[in-house]
Write a new protein. Sequence first.
Length: 483
Amino acid sequence: MKRTILLLLLFTGIVSGFLLAQETLQQLRSSVTKKINGKEYYIHSVKKGQTLYMIGKAYDVDVKDIIQENPEVKEGLKAGMQLKIPTGKSEEPPKKQSKKNQEEAKKQPKPVTEEQLPCGKDRSTMKPVYNVALLIPLYLGEVEQMDVDGGQASSVQEYRSLQFIQFYEGFRMALDSLKENGVSLNVHVYDADRDTAKTAKLLQKPELKDMDLIIGLMFQRNFHMLADFGAKNNITIVNPISERDSIVIGNPRIFKVRPSVKTQFSEMIKFIETSYSDSNVIVISDYQRNNKATATSIMTELEDKKIEAHLAEGYGEVLSLLTSKKGNIIILISNNRSYVLDVVTKLNEHRTEFSMTLLGLPRWDRFDDIEADYLVNLNTHVMAPYFIDYNDPGVKKFVAQFQERYKTDPDPLAFQGFDVTYYFMTALYRYGRSFGHCIPELRMKSLQTDFRFSSSGKENGYENQYWEMYEFDNYRLQRILLK
């Protein structure tokens, strides 16, 4: 164990991978144009799976401009919609400038417009070998004090040096899988703990400026330092663990893998809209201020979607709002173990009187004192940023290889280390180091999650919007594919 950790910084390898992509953004563009009130538009017919961000990239138009021309998309983008996309052409004659303004305009430097080639066609950012770095808290200075031979198994996991070790092990397994398929990578691993002084010193290493991509498992202040470094040196930075959406603001080089909570509830409402729109929806939260605010926000969004819903003040009011005339959807906003247990127990008492579906939050799967019978009886659905299907052949293969290699079972960090590494190294290989605008095209099967990256604007980075929905069915967790 000690030898494995001490060798982490020495790990440098050359590996490889491949990717199958869907249609390019250029192929999304419509050739149909129409003049409306003197202004010319492309007429775009929305297909299933397309997003506003993807459409905006295809036509090189800001999403806000699409929404302004097509206010109906605020209700949700649906297949078959006809969107007006501004072409930038107009019948209005250009305003005549004064001679003074014309002279001033000549002095101004002309903006350089960079032609954006179809994804995979721009060879200027592609290289035969890419430089990639992993910055991860390993606390190598504490390794010598570890007593892994004499300690109990439970205490071994408390060592800080082992906190993120499984991410690194999944990272290495992804590199091995990529090596079998063709991309060459020069990989560097660095110990980056909570000490900001050490981080500042680390970022002074001259080779870091030559990185094409950096994956950073870092604490908040340290990651901000890395993000600034990436912005100054034009290096893409991937954050696999942060839930804060603020880290992508103002930095188009940041990719945030874990979706934020607000995107979770948007996906939940889409799920209700497509699967339970005619049901009686009841929203309830515990008494924490932020959860009550979330419940109110969900109510507003449900009302915007024209979905009938009720906000309950406590469990007693939930009971009064239940109906036997149709199905009842109960959204319970709480991660308080005792509160969730109490509500679930009381709802279960009325399972034969009412048809109920309970929608819960991530981390409920950690509440091992909730009766499985209750969760099954209430048709419980839970959202999470990832889901590992241990019956999936790919997952079975990964688990077997991990067990053989590391003599232990993989935890979620190991799966995440594999997925994040394989996905972004594939993007780098397929599209080159400026792969950001191509990322909506990249679809591939992962072990524990999916990736649906989008950006709120050209000046901001990319956030994964994907959430998993799973249900308790026949005492097993089953994945539900969201539409």
